[in-house]
Each structure stands twice: as C-alpha cells, then as structure tokens.
Design a protein around this ligand. Structure first.
Ligand code: NAP
Ligand code: MG
Length: 404
C-alpha cells in the first residue's frame, strides 16, 4: 500500500504523562504505516516548557497561525505540587490558556457516540456540541463585600473625563456586589467562530442568554450575534441548509433535554462551563469527548477534552498494565488530518480520517474496549483491552478498511 502524501505540515504539539505515551502509540500504529506524515513538532511536555521558559508554547501557537491546523496532546497545567515534582523554575501558565489567548478562539466540545455507551438522556441520538465563550463575565468580575449601609454605583469615565453613573443599590445593611464586563470585539469573535464552525460541520447553531432580565448586558450578546449573522452568514446558512436559532436560556435547557441532538449550542462563559460538564457527563465519559479551538480567522487546534491521566501514568511507570482510553486523542488526529485534507484538497487524507474514526467506533461496538468503557457499556461479552491492545485492535480494523 502506498502511503498518503501530505503537502502542508500539521503543527504537532506533544504533551505529558499517559497521553504522551498514547500519542506515540497512535503515531506508530495508526498513522505512520499509512501516511507520509508531515508535522512541525513542538514538544509541550512540561520539562521542555520549563527549559525554554515556556517559549515553546508561544512558538507552537504562532506556528498554528502560520499553517492553520494543529493537533495537541494533553499537557500538565502546573500547580504547587508539579513545581516540586518537576523542579520547575516557575509555575508556568496553562498551555491551553496561552494558546487560546494568542489565537483568540472559541472551544467546541463534541461527544463521540458509539452503540453500547448510551447517553443518560434517552432522546439524545446525535452529538451535542457545546461552544463556550472563553472571555469575561463572572470570570473577570470585580467583587466587593459591602460591610454596612451605603450607596453603590456603576461609574464609567470616558477619555475626556466625563462620567456616567448608574445606581446599583442603596444598601440599608451589609451586602455584596459584583461588576462584570465583556467587549464587543470578543463577543463578535465568538459569534464568528460559532457561525464558521456551524457551516464547517453543517449543523444548526443555537444560542441562548437571559436577555429578558439582562436587557443591556445579555441583550448585547443577542444583538451582536444577530447583526453578524444578518451581515455575513444568513446567505451561507441558507445555502448550507442549516439554521441559526436564538432563544432564552431557560427555554434552551428544556429544548436540549427533549431534543435528539445534532446541533451546536453556543453558551456564554458561565453557561458553557456548567452545561459542558452536564452534557459530557450525560453522554458518558470525558474520555469520549473531543475538543477543537477555532479562531475567528479560521485556525484550528484539535485535542482531547481530558487531561494527562496522571493516575494511569504512575501505574505505567511502575510497570503495571494500563487500560487508558485513546479515542479522544485519536479523534484529535483525525479532526486535524481531515481539516488539512480539506484545506489542501487531499481526498485520500479525508478518506483516511473517516476510516480511522469508523475503525475506532467499530472496535468498541464489536466489544473490544478499555476499562473505563467496559464499566458502563450495555454490551455483553466485552473484551477489556489494555492501552496497547486497544490501539492494535483499531489498527487491524483500519488495515482491513484501507485494503478494501
Ligand atoms: P484527567 O487526566 O482528565 O483524569 C481524571 C480521571 O478521569 C482519570 O484518573 C481517569 O479516571 C479518568 N480519565 C480521564 N481520561 C481518561 C482516559 N483517556 N482513559 C481512561 N480514563 C480517563 O484529569 P486530572 O487527573 O485531573 O488531571 C491530570 C493532569 O491533566 C493535570 O496536571 C491537569 O493539569 C492536566 N489537564 C490537562 C488538560 C489539557 O491539556 N487539555 C485538561 C485537563 C487537565 P480513573 O483514574 O478513575 O481511571
Ligand atoms: Mg466546569
């Protein structure tokens, strides 16, 4: 079999712990035998981030701007324990945060659906993708405890020094206040990323806020989405046969539960935080959730939604067997390869990505899976595979598909 040729490199961001081990297995067993894999390699493993004073993370984000498509392995976000464990020079920032800040993107999380791992919500037949706005609101809020009676106001001072004031509350006793903000630029980027992703994946886009109560703040989100849609996307949506749908957040929650899935649900920052945990839990497992960062300029960075699976890595280091689920990491690669194929017009690469995804799903549906899935599947006669066996079983299925 001749290997599939690539014309433009993928930006490859290697990572940490158990996912770093899976990363190499996936490349060796599922990619390199079939593809003349072109990547520009960035080692975001914690040791190398520390050696380069985290410059490597910045470089990998800049490379993503240059080439357009990246695939990322899970990485450690250092805390005090990690600083000690790895003798770090500093408590480096979250690589995902750094990359997101440089690409200014929105994160889309989608569950991978397989027969035998049924969602808790019986009506859900297709994936629900959550798009979370990753800037502002309560995450950048300023808060104050009000000790006793007194007046609280919002004050805006423009560059000429003129003030506008709005009364928040005349306190008659102790209380609390909070000031939130967002920017038109960030909300506009968020809207564009969502509309682009909907077109890209040919799915309807839902958006919801509490605009009936928050008549200026949330209403501005609603208005910006509508303006961007009317100006740049209405025609394209019509051509693609998809719709943009706005509703109140309460109504959205009710509809989501009754729906069969198959759409993108755009959420403000807090709603996205809470709802993505609900959706991923209801679909079964974080190990079956993919994640892609899409910038308003159309750069893509694919990864798994889970972390580095530290507990399994320590078992691996002790020489014990692990059964770590590589599905989300495999789908990060297929997402990136498919996108590269689409941009570069390489049909064989798109076809390969489809077949690798099918081979992965069929492996599970035929009863071979890792322990996390075996614990929750409704299938009988399941074979629990270790980390390597699972990838090898997928490789066998993939080979059969490619030889057809
Ligand atoms: P985690 O790596 O997602 O793992 C938490 C637990 O979930 C695991 O111990 C395991 O449960 C289960 N799990 C997650 N992924 C699995 C998989 N692929 N296969 C089987 N089981 C899986 O989260 P964490 O332990 O809280 O974080 C570990 C490190 O990851 C941290 O240093 C954190 O900074 C980093 N992190 C990185 C990212 C990212 O790069 N995007 C995201 C989140 C966290 P059992 O132990 O019960 O088997
Ligand atoms: Mg959360």
């Amino acid at each position: 079999m001749e290997k599939i040729k690539m014309t433009t490199p993928l930006v490859e961001m290697d990572g940490d712990e158990m996912t770093r081990i899976l990363w190499k297995m996936i490349k060796d067993e599922l990619l390199l035998p079939f593809i003349d894999l072109k990547t520009e390699y960035y080692d975001l493993g914690l040791e190398y981030r520390d050696q380069t004073n985290d410059q490597i993370t910045v470089d990998s984000a800049m490379a993503t701007k240059k080439y357009g498509v990246a695939v990322k392995c899970a990485t450690i976000t250092p805390n005090a324990a990690r600083v000690e464990e790895y003798h770090l020079k500093e408590m480096w920032k979250s690589p995902n945060g750094t990359i997101r800040a440089l690409l200014d993107g929105t994160v889309f999380r989608t569950p991978i659906i397989v027969k035998g791992i049924e969602p808790n919500v019986k009506t859900w037949k297709k994936p629900i993708t959550i798009a979370r706005h990753a800037y502002g609101d309560v995450y950048k809020a300023t808060e104050m405890k009000i000790p006793a009676a007194g007046k609280c106001e919002l004050v805006y001072t423009n560059e000429a020094g003129e003030e506008v004031r709005e009364l928040i509350h005349n306190f008659t006793g102790a209380g609390i206040i909070q000031g939130q903000h967002n920017t038109v630029a960030s909300i506009t980027s968020f809207a564009k990323s969502c509309f682009n992703f909907a077109l890209d994946t040919k799915q309807d886009l839902w958006f919801a806020t509490k605009d009936t109560i928050s008549k200026k703040y949330d209403h501005t989100f609603k208005d910006i989405f509508q303006e961007v849609f009317d100006a740049e996307y209405a025609e394209k949506f019509k051509e693609a046969g998809i719709t943009y749908f706005y509703t109140l957040i309460d109504d959205a929650v009710a509809r989501v539960i009754r729906s069969e899935g198959g759409y993108i649900w755009a959420c403000k920052n807090y709603d996205g935080d809470v709802m993505s945990d609900m959706v991923s839990t209801a679909f079964g497992s974080l190990a079956m959730m993919t994640s892609v960062l899409v910038s308003p300029e159309g750069y893509y960075e694919y990864e798994a939604a889970h972390g580095t699976v530290q507990r399994h890595y320590y078992k691996h280091l002790k020489g014990e067997e692990t059964s770590t689920n590589s599905v989300a990491t495999i789908f990060a690669w297929t997402g990136a390869l498919r996108k590269r194929g689409e941009i570069d017009g390489i049909e064989a690469l798109i076809d390969f990505a489809d077949k690798l995804e099918d081979a992965t799903i069929e492996t599970i549906e035929s009863g071979t899976m890792t322990k996390d899935l075996a614990l929750m599947t409704s299938l009988e006669n399941v074979t629990v595979a270790n980390s390597e066996e699972f990838i090898q079983a997928i490789a066998a299925n993939l080979r059969a598909k490619l030889e057809k």
